[in-house]
Design a protein around this ligand. Structure first.
Ligand SMILES: NC(=O)c1ccc[n+]([C@@H]2O[C@H](COP(=O)([O-])OP(=O)(O)OC[C@H]3O[C@@H](n4cnc5c(N)ncnc54)[C@H](OP(=O)(O)O)[C@@H]3O)[C@@H](O)[C@H]2O)c1
Length: 267
């Protein structure tokens, strides 16, 4: 695979570091493009890959393109790409909210497009990304996309109409969990633990519990029952969470964020 990277910012750097580290692509087969020397230098320093200023060089050297500019720059960026019909490309966009219809209407038929919704933990190799294949995709594109995204976490294919729900869950979700970690630590500080230790224990508890769900494949309710002894401390704490409607609050948060993504998409 020859990988071209359009836009050399945070998400591009995280993805490229991941795919090189995982051996999905050799570093000499990656070329980035950005407008400023600052972006190019930072990208090259962090990934070891080349970065150039002329998008034509990247188009000529790649068969797979990662589109990593800001959502508001996507249409202008694609307008600056002179795609040649005899050089087919797979174009993987990570731009939040930019639809397959927009990507397909701003590129020729020789460009097969994929829309992704990554989240910020991709920056530390723990991303949760959903993706939808465009109508022009062919056999093999799914595997290519899974390999690329798998380098920075997990990926799941969804119909595009579910992307707003993905935004409400895994897109916005890291912020919900930061709030929960902070609140858990506050509880412990209130009970006398030093702040730094409370935060470390809270974050590791969230990470460990998540890992238990992922690695065992068990339903979270079963895992919860396994650590809840009759008349014990955990059921006492859980009762308070139920009284305060934490479960319902989280369901409503995902629904509200999904609705907001729908509104922003229409705007
Ligand atoms: N960061 C995240 O955690 C995250 C999460 C989910 C989705 N995303 C998506 O990832 C995309 C990138 O976000 P980011 O946070 O990585 O942004 P960023 O750090 O600002 O990176 C954007 C990059 O695009 C370059 N650029 C802008 N216009 C260009 C053009 N016409 N040609 C070539 N390069 C161009 C910029 O460099 P120059 O100014 O030097 O050209 C910059 O390197 C966004 O669409 C966002 O929705 C990001």
């Amino acid at each position: 695979m020859k990988l071209g990277v359009i836009g050399c910012g945070k998400m591009a750097t995280a993805l490229v570091k991941g795919v090189i580290d995982q051996g999905v692509v050799n570093v000499e087969n990656v070329m980035g493009v950005a407008r400023t020397e600052n972006s190019r230098q930072r990208f090259s320093d962090e990934t070891g890959a080349a970065a150039v200023s002329d998008i034509a060089d990247v188009l000529g050297a790649s068969d797979v393109l990662l589109l990593c500019t800001k959502p508001q720059d996507i249409v202008a960026t694609l307008a600056g790409c002179l795609f040649k019909p005899e050089e087919p490309k797979l174009l993987v966009s990570v731009a939040a909210g930019v639809t397959l219809a927009t990507l397909e209407s701003t590129t020729p038929d020789s460009v097969r497009v994929v829309r992704c919704m990554p989240n910020t933990p991709s920056l530390v190799g723990k991303g949760a990304t959903a993706f939808s294949l465009g109508a022009r995709c062919v056999e093999g594109d799914l595997e290519t996309v899974e390999k690329l995204l798998g380098a920075v976490g997990i990926s799941v294919e969804v119909p595009e109409k579910q992307m707003d729900a993905v935004t409400g869950l895994s897109g916005s979700g890291p912020a919900y969990i930061y709030l929960i970690i902070e609140a858990l630590a506050d509880g412990a500080v209130r009970q006398g633990l030093p702040r730094a230790e409370a935060l470390r224990l809270a974050a590791q508890t969230v990470s460990g519990a998540a890992e238990m769900v992922i690695r065992t494949g068990m339903h979270p309710a079963v895992l919860k029952d396994m650590v809840t002894s009759p008349g014990g401390t955990t059921i006492t704490g859980l009762s308070v969470l139920e009284e305060k409607n934490v479960r319902s609050a989280l369901i409503s948060a995902v629904s509200a964020a999904t609705q907001r993504a729908v509104e922003l998409g229409k705007a």
